[in-house]
Design a protein around this ligand. Structure first.
Ligand code: ZN
Length: 164
């Protein structure tokens, strides 16, 4: 008997993510399933919360509001900076993600939102910020995390992280 989904379990799912305009933003059906550790914030909070208690074989539709998904869109997180602030060799494109640090020195991701002349608009809003996320999920497998996985906060093995 497999345990139901709870914190500290490694969960394998197939999923399809559809936006409100009907477009499929992402899906694993037809490819490799997603393997994640429950309770370790590997997936968006609203999906993680609503998958708790599910069992292997369950199929469910999970609607996640923006504030439990990739966040509400916050215009204050948009910033326009001169092109010269980026390395000249980097070819910039809309949608490109960069790792940077915020004022507190914590790592954060920013995305290129717009390019105009020698100005670059970057944003701390995830490209799917402000969107409701409509997931169709099938629970494929559930197992207890190993001690190493618990320490690392992510799944190891097939579909998970590989360390050298
Ligand atoms: Zn690890």
């Amino acid at each position: 008997m497999k345990p139901a989904i709870a914190d500290g379990h490694v969960v394998t799912i197939h999923y399809r993510l559809t936006l409100d305009d009907g477009s499929i933003a992402d899906q694993s059906f037809g490819g490799e399933p997603l393997v994640y550790m429950h309770g370790a914030q590997n997936i968006v909070p609203g999906l993680e919360r609503q998958l708790a208690g599910k069992n292997v074989g369950d199929k469910c539709d999970v609607v996640v509001p923006a504030n439990e998904g990739y966040g509400d869109y916050d215009p204050a997180r948009d910033q326009t900076v001169p092109r010269s602030q980026f390395p000249p060799k980097v070819e910039l494109a809309v949608g490109m993600a960069f790792q940077t640090r915020n004022r507190m020195g914590q790592p954060m991701t920013v995305w290129v939102k717009a390019l105009k002349d020698d100005q670059v608009t970057i944003t701390g809003n995830h490209p799917m910020a402000g969107q409701r996320l409509n997931f169709s999920v099938e629970i494929v497998d559930i197992r207890r995390a190993t001690n190493d996985e618990k320490k690392h906060g992510h799944a190891h093995g097939p579909g998970g992280h590989h360390h050298h």
